[in-house]
Design a protein around this ligand. Structure first.
Ligand code: SF4
Length: 330
């Protein structure tokens, strides 16, 4: 069976896991192309207007795979740790895609429910049952596919912590690659690039933001370079516990960077109409102010233009170059 993985949303976090697991189940895995004008237009046309741009792009990626695969992999990712949730959009994604599947003539959807909210073994059994039900695997083979997937994901995460970006490791991510990088100088500024991976690494949605920042000579620091447990610990330094794991990672990143003076400035990419981001944005801005770290928030949607982005990046990086180091926080 040819199974399609849309190159959007949690693709950037879990592709090694999903691809290895599905291959272990005997599937031929296909991924959709990089986001482009056609893909985003498809998504914008069919998705509800009030959805965030990465979810709209996800619809377009399903369309891009429509004639190439026998089934689309659209898991319901409820929770990736105990007593926490992902964004509500990830819980409802299979329903949202199923609602337009007939109209768009999409192939059947594979929608395992992945949750670790009560205990981590929920996740393991959901995938073993999925492999048995959908692919007819024996329990032994399903466990072997799961183990191989875990090893692939671990290797991916270790490479990220070692300093690679998802774009260096995921297949065919050329668009957001830096074409030209100036010599690194003494005073090169370190910019923390904050946001969900599907926003910051989708070069079409963010108008090649990573390349544009690196081409200013800045050194980029991204949340994936820090071990997940370090981010989670750093995220506890907020007045109230956050229930969304991915928002906790973002909050943990800025807390870790500011506490350890790892960045000279922060660019925070958030999607228009994103509920979770709009809540943590207030905490992030407060943290940046408290530690006197300049922060530029870039809100993206399907209408984001290139000219405005370039001007804002230039103004922000110029300001960082002229700025003296602030005194330590008392
Ligand atoms: S966290 Fe925000 S940007 Fe991400 S899927 Fe949810 S609403 Fe969209």
């Amino acid at each position: 069976m040819r199974v399609g993985i849309p190159r959007s949303l949690l693709y950037y976090k879990y592709l090694p896991f999903w691809k290895t697991f599905l291959a272990g189940c005997g599937a031929d895995v296909e991924t959709s192309p990089l986001t482009n004008k056609k893909i985003l237009s498809w998504g914008v046309e069919v998705a509800e207007n009030e959805l965030c741009v990465p979810v709209k792009a996800f619809y377009g990626h399903c369309m891009a795979l429509r004639d190439r695969v026998d089934a689309l992999f659209v898991p319901r990712v409820v929770s990736v740790e105990e007593r926490a949730y992902t964004c509500p959009k990830f819980l409802g994604l299979p329903d949202m895609i199923a609602a337009v599947a007939n109209q768009l003539e999409l192939p059947p959807l594979l929608t395992p429910k992945l949750s670790q909210r009560e205990k981590p073994s929920e996740f393991k059994w959901a995938l073993i049952n999925f492999a048995q039900d959908e692919f007819g695997l024996s329990k032994l083979d399903a466990v072997a596919a799961l183990d191989a997937a875990r090893r692939a994901q671990k290797r991916y995460q270790e490479s990220l912590v070692a300093g690679h970006k998802p774009l260096d490791l995921l297949p065919a991510s050329r668009l957001n690659r830096t074409r030209w990088r100036p010599e690194r100088t003494e005073g090169a500024k370190r910019i923390g690039l904050l946001g969900h991976p599907y926003n910051i690494y989708d070069g079409y949605i963010t108008q090649n933001l990573i390349a544009r920042l690196e081409e200013t000579g800045a050194e980029l620091v991204v949340p994936e370079m820090t071990d997940h447990h370090v981010l989670m610990n750093a995220a506890t330094d907020v007045p109230k516990q956050l229930y969304w794991t991915y928002e906790k990672e973002i909050m943990g990143a800025i807390n870790h960077w500011t506490e350890n003076r790892l960045v000279d400035g922060v660019v925070y990419v958030l999607a228009f109409a994103c509920g979770p981001d709009s809540l943590v944005q207030v905490l992030i801005e407060h943290r940046a102010r408290q530690y006197k770290v300049p922060l530029m928030a870039l809100t993206i949607d399907e209408h984001s233009g290139e000219a405005g982005l370039v001007t804002r990046i230039e103004a922000f990086t110029d300001m960082l170059m002229r700025r003296k180091k602030p005194a330590a926080v008392a």
